[in-house]
Design a protein around this ligand. Structure first.
Ligand SMILES: CC(C)(COP(=O)(O)OP(=O)(O)OC[C@H]1O[C@@H](n2cnc3c(N)ncnc32)[C@H](O)[C@@H]1OP(=O)(O)O)[C@@H](O)C(=O)NCCC(=O)NCCS
Length: 169
């Protein structure tokens, strides 16, 4: 599935040619980034993986966002979601999340789940806006600072997908 939001950005499935930039974005976005081999493994060897990149149409060599989920037994597990620090708060995180949830639904997914750092209030606000609710806490989940992970679930994709999103130019 590929989503094109005119006239600003295109969201397309991640491919091998994207991995170098995706790895760099991941390193800029997370304190425990994935190594490039982790992304390569998703693309080459994981049939449950659905990963995407977001690029500006006017500058298609630039990478503004990446995201991925695993679909297992009807549940989409959000694996990663990152927007270029220079392009945040413009609606692209919402576009990527909506793309993943719509794609999961198109592939037969019914629900979605994710882990988010307890301190990551921006991401929690994004997820809450899509109907994700707090269902649990994994103590000392993150190995860098022993922070807890919050477990959030959207029990029905039917009710969480908004019909229209705005992108701020
Ligand atoms: C989380 C992240 C993907 C959001 O991307 P984004 O493009 O900035 O998000 P959007 O512009 O689509 O905003 C989506 C929602 O996030 C929240 N949000 C975004 N920026 C915010 C800010 N500066 N302060 C508070 N809430 C904010 C809001 O709820 C916003 O919805 P609203 O505008 O309707 O209120 C981005 O901040 C990021 O890459 N963070 C680092 C990686 C990360 O934490 N990923 C999530 C891991 S679980």
């Amino acid at each position: 599935m590929a989503v094109q939001i005119l006239p600003l950005v295109a969201i397309t499935p991640m491919g091998a040619a994207d991995v170098t930039q995706v790895t760099a974005l991941d390193a800029a976005a997370f304190s425990l980034p994935w190594p490039r081999q982790a992304f390569e493994a998703q693309l080459k060897g994981n049939p449950a993986a659905h990963f995407f990149v977001l690029r500006p149409l006017a500058e298609p060599e630039a990478l503004w966002g990446s995201a991925g989920y695993w679909l297992v037994a009807g549940e989409a597990h959000i694996a990663t979601l990152a927007v270029d620090p220079q392009q945040r708060n413009r609606g692209f995180g919402k576009l990527l999340l909506q793309t993943m949830l719509s794609d999961a639904q198109a592939h037969g997914g019914c629900s979605a789940t994710l882990e988010v750092r307890a301190s990551n209030l921006v991401a929690q606000r994004l997820y809450t806006g899509f109907g994700f609710a707090l269902v649990g806490r994994r103590k000392n989940y993150y190995t860098d600072n022993h922070e807890d992970a919050l477990l959030m679930t959207a029990s029905s994709l039917d009710s969480v997908l908004p019909t229209q999103l705005e992108v701020h130019t």
